[in-house]
Write a protein that binds this ligand. Sequence first.
Ligand code: AMP
Length: 250
Amino acid sequence: MRIVLLGAPGSGKGTQAQRLAQERGMPQISTGDLLRGAVAAGTALGTRAKAAMDAGRLVEDAIVLGIIAERLDAPDVRQGFVLDGFPRNIEQATALDAMLAKLGQPLDAVVLMEVDRTELVRRISGRRTCRDCGRVFNVSTAGGSGAPDEACPKEGGPHRLFQRPDDNEHTVAERLKVYDEKTKPLVEFYRVQGLLRTIKAEGSVLEVAKRLDAALGISKRPAIARRHRPPAGALSAPRARNRSTPKRSR
Ligand code: AMP
């Protein structure tokens, strides 16, 4: 499947894209991650992007479209992908349509992830990322420490969490404004194309995952998901209880 996750900063696009990547083996293409990588590596492109990112504005289309064109050219995206944080304006969406038409691989679905504004701000201020594996956690939903007790799959030790520099109060306000002005028009753009599906993206990660899978017509969790599921904890317990429910036929 070729999917776009659409939503404001903090709506959970990255978390759900990472999950789909892990469970389904679909590459997650996050322009935010690619740009942060370029900034960290000190490339010329990263240097050009940094000022806009620090201020919460959009990086210029030429840079972002160049990154995306290169990424869509890689062989791993032939089996599908999940785009997270791209497109972010009508120009990018139009360019994406043209690139995918050229590849003969049009989008299958665009899912709008809706979250209340107060909840968005709460989530963004609690967001933490593992320096090593890149997984995203939240101090407000993960028992205070930010990350579960599991080991980092890359380094083996505990996750080393940091807060993104653009997740500060001032930049967040600007990013939400940019979302309203530049990205929201994409809702209508994709509705007209018949690609738009909308889900309520509040609640636990698992609840949102179920709604997203339903919106995408994914009914069963694949074998890869069962292998990667943590041995105990929030993900497995409710599922075990649900399976026993039909036995109460007295
Ligand atoms: P994100 O990780 O998606 O929240 O993106 C972080 C920052 O990277 C944004 O605030 C923008 O400055 C920049 N960025 C990410 N994706 C795009 C995009 N598609 N177009 C322009 N700028 C982007």
